[in-house]
Design a protein around this ligand. Structure first.
Ligand SMILES: Cc1cc2nc3c(=O)[nH]c(=O)nc-3n(C[C@H](O)[C@H](O)[C@H](O)COP(=O)(O)OP(=O)(O)OC[C@H]3O[C@@H](n4cnc5c(N)ncnc54)[C@H](O)[C@@H]3O)c2cc1C
Length: 288
């Protein structure tokens, strides 16, 4: 498709209306949502890698989270609950591998029980189907798992996020430019933005959306903002379970409030393999 430059106020010519930096799930779903909400809007996505979902999006646990962990009424809770349902619908519509498996959250220590009960409360307030299980009932779902108590969360699922990202890119109708690393941003109030790429090319747009994942703070600074946060890189490593038949679905611990992680979990993926992880290892690089 040939892109035509348009002139705006002050005679500036724009390559597109909205420029999205980052071809992970956030950037591609942003492009998809914009072209759905405002057909005719010209959206360009710039991604430095040769394809979509090469970083967090393509290297995560592959879980469609239910929203059980989030404070009722919060944006996170509302978006997670709605997003989980929309993700399942999107996968079904486009034939992307997925399954609504449900998941277990298992307490193995006494001091975890109050936090497990708090999750039951949260889940129900968020409208999520939650079933409380005594020690003996855990085996109904996972015969090889032992615990003091557990909950079964009905709406958790798994999917192929790389497939989702590829389909979002295609269905958005946006121009997706791979191998396009943003190295400089010139932002003028009321005039829009001009971004310079690593190969020296320039792309002009009315609006810029920063979806650069682990580089989003750098992109914010290039655009003249001070985000007030610093990305401290941690890498999550997974192991493959040698005997995947020991686990039927998804098994999580009760999260420890001392850490901003869900805890090491067992995940049966869409490829039928079972992964254990992630841990959190301080890393020198933000990606890779
Ligand atoms: C170990 C781990 C497990 C997780 N498990 C799950 C899970 O099971 N379920 C779930 O829902 N979430 C999970 N998450 C969270 C989820 O993966 C992320 O929230 C999500 O992928 C973030 O997407 P993103 O598009 O913001 O970032 P990314 O996928 O990292 O995409 C950002 C993109 O921006 C590009 N970019 C950066 N800088 C530039 C630049 N200067 N120019 C051009 N392009 C640039 C990058 O190349 C990258 O492709 C997990 C996260 C981790 C770390």
């Amino acid at each position: 498709m040939e892109r035509v430059r348009q002139r705006g106020a002050y005679g500036i010519s724009y390559d597109c209306d909205v420029l999205v930096i980052g071809g992970g799930i956030v950037g591609l779903s942003t492009a998809y949502a914009i072209t759905r909400a405002a057909p005719g809007t010209r959206v360009t996505v710039l991604e430095k890698e040769p394809g979509p979902a090469r970083h967090q999006t393509g290297r995560n646990s592959g879980v469609i989270h239910s929203g059980i962990y989030y404070r009722p009424g919060s944006l996170k809770a509302r978006y997670a609950v709605r997003g989980a349902a929309e993700m399942v619908k999107f996968c079904a519509e486009y034939g992307i591998a997925h399954a609504v498996t449900g998941k277990l959250i298992v307490a193995t220590e006494r001091d975890e029980l109050p936090r497990l009960h708090a999750l039951v409360q949260r889940g129900r307030e968020n409208g999520i189907p939650v079933r409380e299980l005594g020690a003996a009932q855990i085996a109904e779902y996972e015969p090889e798992v032992r615990g003091l108590a557990a909950i079964h969360v009905g709406t958790t699922g798994i999917c192929d996020f790389v497939g989702v990202a590829g389909q979002l890119a295609h269905a958005s109708g946006a121009e997706i430019r791979y191998g396009a690393e943003v190295v400089r941003i010139d932002r003028r109030p009321a005039l829009g933005v001009a971004v310079r790429l690593g190969d020296g090319g320039v792309v002009r747009a009315r609006v810029l959306v920063n979806c650069a994942g682990l580089h989003c703070d750098e992109i914010a600074r290039l655009a003249g903002d001070e985000p007030g946060v610093r990305i401290v890189p941690f890498r999550g490593e997974y192991y493959s379970l040698a005997r995947p038949e020991l686990v039927n679905g998804l098994v999580y611990p009760v999260p420890d409030p001392a850490f901003p992680f869900l805890g090491v979990h067992l995940t049966r993926g869409i490829d039928e393999g079972v992964h254990i992880g992630p841990n959190a290892v301080p890393a020198l690089a933000r990606e890779g």
